[in-house]
Design a protein around this ligand. Structure first.
Ligand SMILES: [Zn+2]
Length: 122
């Protein structure tokens, strides 16, 4: 990963993280279910790294999708902190630069991504 690209991708990840947080809170606030109000309050008291765990009990498809994306974005950010960013989670080779530009939270290289989806489809 060329050094120059990382700060750009980091700022994209950080703004996506912020949007996701707002999106989740809006989603919970819009639905006037007592459980959601409780979850809404809980989330505001905890750091975002705890959110996916807290949301596990309330897995509607919408929340599940947001929670998974939140986890991915945070994983990519902590990989940046550890200097492991841009490495494929399956084969550990470098993820293609263009793919990271398209999705900075990407975890697999093109070959492993294809393999992964083939296995899912089986
Ligand atoms: Zn790979």
């Amino acid at each position: 990963m060329p050094q120059s690209l990382t700060p750009l991708l980091r700022s994209r990840l950080l703004s996506e993280l912020e949007l996701l947080q707002q999106d989740i809170l809006h989603y919970l606030a819009a639905d006037h279910v007592a459980e959601y109000q409780q979850l809404h309050q809980q989330l505001q008291k905890h750091p975002t790294t705890h959110w996916p765990d807290l949301m596990k009990k309330w897995q509607t498809p919408e929340l599940q999708e947001k929670s998974q994306r939140l986890e991915l974005v945070q994983a990519a950010l902590s990989q940046m902190d550890m200097g492991l960013y841009g490495l494929c989670s399956d084969c550990e080779c470098r993820i293609e630069r263009q793919l990271l530009m398209n999705d900075p939270a990407r975890q697999r290289c093109a070959a492993c991504e294809t393999l992964y989806h083939e296995q899912l489809a089986e």
